[in-house]
Design a protein around this ligand. Structure first.
Ligand code: FAD
Length: 331
């Protein structure tokens, strides 16, 4: 492997059922920023069937080129065809950096690709920067989130990383941006296709995506019980907000994991994040500290959550929340 042969940044633009996932736009936005700092190009890889029309959106967020493989083999995500397609494009185009969303698909695809490419993978990154030596500095939580580790791949190419949805900021969409769309053909080895998709069951979409809420009222162990959560829900209702939580509440079975914020939950960045009875453990902060305005309610004035809060209320949430709800309802 000659390092000098590897140039530019490649982003796997994940789409599901013809909808490009936000994480793809986030990664393209970040890739654009990184590529500009080293004077390189951003190439997005779009795989699927009937998806050519999505390419222009990827350009609008910062891609210079979109490689489109539009064929029946890639209609639905199945590991082997997708891995073969991206492996082929990486070995052919030789990007210096490859970025993949740390979604269920990306978490399946990333390790398989890195094993085939023998290049290593830094999973679940929260920050990506180009170092002075031009290597990518990939930062991720380590040791249960107690420290942040910056990993650099000095010898191997490409430098590969998965990044959690919601971590990188999406750039403003610029529909006037110009870029190139190139249709590509993948030389599949179908003898390796061991899995066939027999049936697809789509989960009813009654679950909210807390990453899209503008206001989150989040509850922790201090909320205590189902009754406590009802106070949170009442406030959320009158503020047009969604309810989220710390892991303590999920572990206690009071709320579903899809509403958990933090290192092993979701990364959120709402306009207002109200942390009620949440201490502010590092693993929780990892998922919400970039919120625009943080309000914390905690009876312990030394709770670490106050260190990241813009507004802190020291007191019993069971008294404060109903007062707040009544006040807002009257307003
Ligand atoms: P606690 O830490 O117990 O805090 C409860 C707070 O409520 C206290 O500060 C207390 O003063 C306050 N309080 C109590 N009663 C009241 C009241 N009546 N009024 C006002 N305040 C009150 N955690 C996450 O949240 N998300 C994650 O994704 C996550 N991932 C993890 C991954 C790993 C590998 C590990 C090891 C841990 C992870 N955790 C995660 C757990 C994390 O370390 C903490 O244990 C958890 O965040 C604590 O939740 P909490 O703040 O609700 O509870």
């Amino acid at each position: 492997m000659n390092k000098a042969d590897y140039k530019g940044i490649m982003v796997f633009a994940e789409q599901r059922d013809g909808v490009v996932q936000n994480v793809a736009f986030e990664l393209i936005s970040k890739a654009r920023e990184l590529a500009d700092s080293i004077n390189e190009q951003v190439t997005a890889v779009l795989l699927g069937e009937g998806i050519k029309g999505l390419a222009n959106d990827l350009i609008a967020y910062g891609a210079d080129k979109v490689l489109v493989a539009d064929c029946p083999e890639l209609k639905d995500y199945i590991t082997e065809p997708y891995a073969q397609a991206i492996y082929h494009l990486i070995t052919e185009r030789k990007p210096e950096i490859v970025l993949v969303g740390a979604t269920t698909i990306g978490r399946d695809l990333g390790p398989r690709l890195s094993a085939r490419l023998v290049c290593g993978l830094t999973a679940d990154c929260t920050s990506l920067e180009i170092g002075e030596d031009r290597n990518l500095q990939m930062t991720r939580p380590a040791f249960g989130g107690n420290l942040m580790a910056t990993i650099v791949s000095k010898e191997h190419r490409p430098q590969m990383s998965t990044v959690r949805p919601g971590v990188m900021r999406m750039a403003a969409k610029d529909t006037n941006r110009k870029g190139e769309v190139e249709e590509v053909t993948i030389p599949f080895d179908k003898s390796k296709f061991a899995v066939k998709l027999v049936k697809k069951e789509i989960e009813a979409k009654n679950k909210v995506d807390i990453t899209e809420a503008n206001v989150l009222i989040s509850g922790g162990r201090g909320v205590g019980s189902k009754d406590g959560f009802e106070k949170l829900e009442a406030l959320a209702l009158c503020m047009d907000a969604e309810v989220s939580s710390s892991r303590a509440m999920v572990d206690a079975g009071l709320i579903g994991h899809e509403r958990q914020v933090g290192q092993t939950g979701k990364t959120v960045r709402p306009d207002i994040y109200m942390a009620c009875g949440i201490s502010g453990a590092i693993q929780h902060l990892a998922g919400m500290e970039d919120s625009d305005y943080i309000i914390a309610i905690n009876k312990d004035k030394y709770a670490p959550i106050f260190q990241v809060a813009d507004l802190g209320l020291v007191g019993d949430l069971h008294k404060i929340l109903p007062l707040l709800t009544a006040k807002i309802q009257k307003a």
